[in-house]
Design a binder for this molecule. Structure first.
Ligand code: NAI
Ligand code: MG
Length: 356
């Protein structure tokens, strides 16, 4: 029973780094005996839009909804299609229609990657940010009255549902329980936001007794951002609402180096729908076509996908292979100060998986 993967390269360097992710997955197949079936789709790209006047075919859900996961590159080519059209017509549709309510981002300091944080070595920083991805502060409930006058009023509501909060907390506690440190940190702001955030805290307290071996704490979001920079070694799994998680999931990877290596998962844990794995970076039109893009973000996304598919040993092996290759300067791409091309770096990681 092969894992069925929908492959969507998208635009720009997406088309250059996705093949490197597939190369590494092929190596994983050989090394660990897991089988993959890949179907590649040309939609969710600006080329598709230019030809068809829309980002995706009307039956896109039927075409990819039955797959076990989506392996996504990057979408966007602002020269020909405005970003809000390309993004809302593709990625945002996937997240919503496939109920990908967890946004997962590992924060891990890799060897050979310059960090803006002083005195930090690989091993010091290794945690996950779990962001709620469907509700919270990003609701469309609200409005504006008396527009353009002195009496102008603008309101946007935060929505937290018991189901919505509990399911992301459960995911985060489960993840913490599987990890060595078994430590969960909740991001809150219940001193200032006096209705929704105390509710979030209350649900964390209600969930915690189900995970007696997980140690947990909470910080207000303002001081938490400071701790990310000053004490990144304190964290193991950090769970946050949509807005707080959005901020933390950019801050975390920024603390550990370049945008070229950071991965992300948009996850529907129940597997009612496929989850989507993608690098954090976009299509990078400024370097597209030169095959100098760093493929590590895409390859690390493949590792997250393997974890999600239950191939945890293989996922860990891919992360180890990335670390092994980044530690050697000859395979680093230009964004890391090296001279290697996209393919050289990808081949080295695939080789490391095979021989690891
Ligand atoms: P970007 O992430 O594409 O590029 C930002 C900068 O980082 C550029 O200088 C680029 O050369 C560099 N960079 C990015 N990935 C790299 C890699 N793998 N190796 C080496 N350098 C890398 O963000 P930007 O320029 O704001 O957006 C370009 C397009 O990508 C836009 O259309 C935007 O909407 C789209 N985008 C799509 C995303 C997605 O598909 N999830 C996420 C972010 C942006
Ligand atoms: Mg963001």
């Amino acid at each position: 029973n092969a894992h069925r993967i929908a492959v969507i390269p998208g635009d720009g360097i997406g088309k250059e780094v996705v093949p490197e992710g597939l190369r590494v997955l092929d190596a994983v197949g050989q090394r660990f005996g897991c089988a993959f079936h890949f179907d590649t789709f040309d939609f969710a790209s600006c080329d598709y839009y230019l030809e068809h006047g829309q980002m995706m075919p009307d039956d896109w859900k039927a075409q990819i909804g039955g797959h076990d996961a989506i392996f996504f590159g990057a979408v966007g080519w602002p020269e020909t299609v405005p970003d809000h059209v390309s993004l809302w017509g593709s990625l945002i549709q996937f997240r919503r229609e496939f109920d990908q309510y967890v946004n997962l981002r590992p924060v891990r300091l890799m060897p050979g990657v310059p960090t803006p944080l002083a005195n930090r070595a690989p091993g010091d920083i290794d945690f996950y940010v779990v962001r709620e991805n469907t509700e919270g502060e990003y609701s469309s409930i609200g409005g504006r009255i008396f527009p353009g006058t002195d009496r102008e009023v603008v309101v946007q509501e935060t929505v937290m549902t018991r189901i919505g909060v509990d399911r992301v907390l459960r995911y985060a506690f489960d993840l913490a329980q599987r990890r060595e440190k078994k430590h969960l940190t909740s991001a809150t702001k219940s001193n200032g936001i006096s209705i929704t955030m105390p509710y979030w805290d209350e649900r964390v307290e209600a969930m915690a007794p189900h995970y007696p071996d997980v140690r947990w704490d909470k910080y207000h979001i303002d001081i938490l951002t400071a701790h990310f920079v000053q004490h990144p070694d304190w964290f193991d799994v950090v769970v946050a609402s949509n807005l707080f998680g959005d901020i933390l999931s950019d801050l975390g990877p920024a603390c550990t180096g370049t945008i070229g290596i950071a991965p992300a998962g948009n996850i529907n844990p129940e597997r009612h729908f496929p989850s989507l794995f993608e690098p954090v970076h976009g299509s990078a039109p400024d370097i597209a076509g030169k095959f100098i893009a760093n493929p590590v973000g895409q390859i690390w996304s493949a590792a997250l996908m393997l974890d999600h598919l239950g191939e945890r040993e293989a996922g860990a092996a891919v992360v180890r292979a990335i670390e092994e290759v980044l530690a050697r300067s000859e395979y680093r791409t230009r964004d890391l100060g090296g001279t290697a091309g996209t393919t050289e770096c990808g081949e080295a990681i695939a080789d490391a998986v095979l021989s690891g």
